[in-house]
Design a protein around this ligand. Structure first.
Ligand code: AVJ
Length: 320
């Protein structure tokens, strides 16, 4: 069975984009939130990133899930899998298969801001798992956590180190909201990329084939199309750097020359100096103690912590 709830309209998204771009490009220093990378082309580029030799997180997380999915199913006894920010679906299937084998699985709730992508992926799961109730939810999980279906024992999964896109303050607010939305029998499964040699981290965000550079520039293509703007993506260089104080990777777009970008839909002209950058993403990296402390501060107890053999990536299980 398949159903889909919409908590975001095309209009809500258009408004949010206008607001984010206006605020980000008139601020000093300039920033843009990473959620606008993911139009059709951006999502395809991200899929390509996950297969790059330098980008280890996806493979490392998959290897942990392959080794631990049965243990996760047993530890949680979950009857519903709630996936926040549903990805390509391969990792989802590892979890669904394990919960099905344990005999507890009843429902799957994929949650994403991108409706078309979500609907296609969720319908496929409904066909492959005929005994599972698939209830897709188009929502912004930073705002709509309380609108998710409740009841039963839920395993709430946020994989891929997606949470690393948020600053520590936003992460705390998000985890605290999640705690409010969770009930006693629920479990939280979180994928976290770990602090490691900066050279490897930077290489993962600045690959030799230039796929991440194209992914980064894609945000300008989205802005040009959606806001009737004239930014030249080729005039911006891709920059990935390790911020050792904050322990996050930063991606920027650096203007190769002075320029003015006109955003007709915002009635705005933005000036760039030569060499000026727009920060387009942060990707925080975690340490075991810090991660546990962040969860505890939001009211979650970490009960399991698994890493891949190389210690690059962690998957943790926590309960309210
Ligand atoms: C999807 C946010 C987890 O931060 O590693 C990959 C996005 N950006 N390469 C990450 C991303 C550049 C990715 N997340």
């Amino acid at each position: 069975m398949f159903t889909i709830d919409h908590h975001l309209t095309v209009d809500d998204l258009a408004k949010a984009l206008r607001h984010d771009v206006h605020d980000g490009l008139t601020a000093t220093p300039k920033t843009l939130p990473p959620k606008w990378f993911y139009d059709e082309r951006g999502s395809a580029l991200f899929e390509e990133i996950t297969r790059l030799p330098e980008y280890y997180p996806t493979r490392a997380e998959r290897s942990i899930l392959e080794a631990r999915a049965a243990e996760i199913a047993e530890a949680t006894g979950a009857d519903h899998l709630v996936e926040l920010g549903s990805g390509s679906g391969e990792k989802t299937r590892l979890l669904l298969d394990a919960l099905r084998a344990a005999g507890t699985l009843r429902g799957f709730v994929p949650v994403d801001v991108s409706g078309d992508f979500l609907e296609t992926a969720a319908r496929r799961v409904a066909e492959e798992y005929p005994s599972v109730t698939v209830h897709a939810v188009v929502a912004d999980f930073e705002r709509h956590l309380n609108l998710l279906p409740s009841g039963g024992r839920r395993l709430i999964a946020m994989l891929g180190s997606t949470i690393g896109n948020q600053t520590p303050g936003r992460r705390h607010a998000f985890l605290a909201d999640l705690r409010q939305a969770a009930s006693a029998g629920d479990g939280l499964l979180l994928g976290l990329d770990l602090v490691k040699d900066p050279d490897r981290l930077v290489a993962a965000y600045d690959d030799a084939a230039g796929v991440t550079a194209e992914f980064n520039r894609n945000v300008l293509r989205v802005i040009d199309r959606e806001l009737d703007a004239d930014a030249d993506p080729e005039a911006f260089a891709h920059v990935a750097l390790w911020n050792p104080e904050a322990e996050w990777i930063e991606m920027h777009l650096r203007a190769g020359r002075a320029m003015r970008v006109r955003l007709r839909a915002l009635d705005l002209v933005v000036h760039f100096e030569r060499g000026e950058t727009v920060r387009t993403e942060i990707s925080a990296k975690f340490r075991p103690d810090g991660a546990r402390a962040e969860l505890a501060a939001a009211g979650f107890e970490t009960t399991h912590w698994w890493t891949d053999p190389g210690g690059d990536f962690a998957l943790l299980l926590a309960r309210p």
